[in-house]
Design a protein around this ligand. Structure first.
Ligand code: NDP
Length: 250
């Protein structure tokens, strides 16, 4: 990893930041000097210490929040604002899967995926964007998925939620551009995380066959691009979708 400190003095919120891709994003921002708050549904066993590294732990905090509930997100963000009056970067990363063929998919499976993956991003953005507007500075990065573009058997709910995030990204990019709030979407392919570990070997092999680079992504592959979008190097980019998928969608 490059030894950059691009985010010293910046405050970052990462939803679903206690494990998987979110944890890697938290680590990367903290390594680059940011003060990072991970908002997550369940308290990890390690409590508030996310890393084995004192410096990283001093820059990172964990707050319980359910992204599907506006009052829960607002309570967490109000808590952060007490000590950090500016919040520059939001990463809408929290996401779930409830896979099934449409004929077997329950309405509850549909609703919970749309609610977490799409409505969750709307709620977090809505709660935080006033602060960003007042600052005349903000970077919002939504974590989509390659299946939001390509579709996938058994993931009608998930791919609809991720396709919805693309439209959401472009709409709010237009809405907030005049306030210097840039909004982009990073769409991972198949990443090695707890979410994908539970897939069957057959499904994993099928995925592998469709990846031109013939390897799974590591969470850090995604974190690198998220941090690029949050950095000054991306200050003329908004409303963009970047696939980080080893070439699956091209
Ligand atoms: P994980 O399941 O490993 O982590 C997801 C995180 O989101 C968990 O910490 C989870 O919390 C949290 N979360 C779930 N629901 C809520 C909620 N209502 N409120 C707050 N936090 C919540 O997933 P990944 O790291 O694999 O995925 C991260 C993002 O990347 C997701 O948006 C996913 O769709 C996307 N993605 C992942 C891919 C992959 O291959 N892994 C591929 C493409 C996209 P808890 O543990 O407490 O439930």
């Amino acid at each position: 990893m490059a030894n950059l400190k691009r985010f010293t003095g910046k405050t970052v919120i990462v939803t679903g930041g206690c494990r998987g891709i979110g944890l890697s994003i938290v680590e990367r921002f903290a390594n680059e000097g940011a003060r990072v708050f991970a908002l997550d549904y369940v308290i990890p066993e390690s409590g508030t210490q996310l890393f084995d590294n004192e410096e990283l732990n001093s820059l990172t905090s964990y707050l319980q929040a359910d992204v599907t509930k506006e009052e829960s997100v607002k309570a967490a963000i109000d808590e952060i604002l007490k000590t950090n009056p500016k919040i520059e970067i939001l990463v809408n990363n929290a996401g779930i899967t409830r896979d099934n063929l449409v004929l077997r998919m329950t309405e509850a499976d549909w609703d919970s995926v749309l609610s977490t993956n799409l409505k969750g991003a709307f709620i977090c953005t809505k709660v935080l964007v006033r602060t960003m507007m007042a600052q005349r500075f903000g970077r919002i990065i939504n974590i989509g998925s390659v299946v939001g573009t390509m579709g996938n058997i058994g993931q009608a709910n998930y791919s609809a939620s991720k396709a919805g995030l693309i439209g959401f990204t472009k709409s709010i990019a237009r809405e907030f551009a005049s306030r210097n709030i840039l909004v982009n979407c990073v769409a991972p392919g198949y990443v090695r995380t707890p979410m994908t570990e539970k897939l069957s070997d057959d499904v994993k092999q099928n995925f592998m066959n469709s990846i031109p680079l013939k390897r799974l992504a590591e969470p850090s592959d995604i974190a690198n691009v998220v941090c690029f979008f949050a950095s000054d190097d991306a200050s003329y980019l908004t409303g963009q979708l970047v696939h980080v998928d080893g070439g699956m969608a091209m």
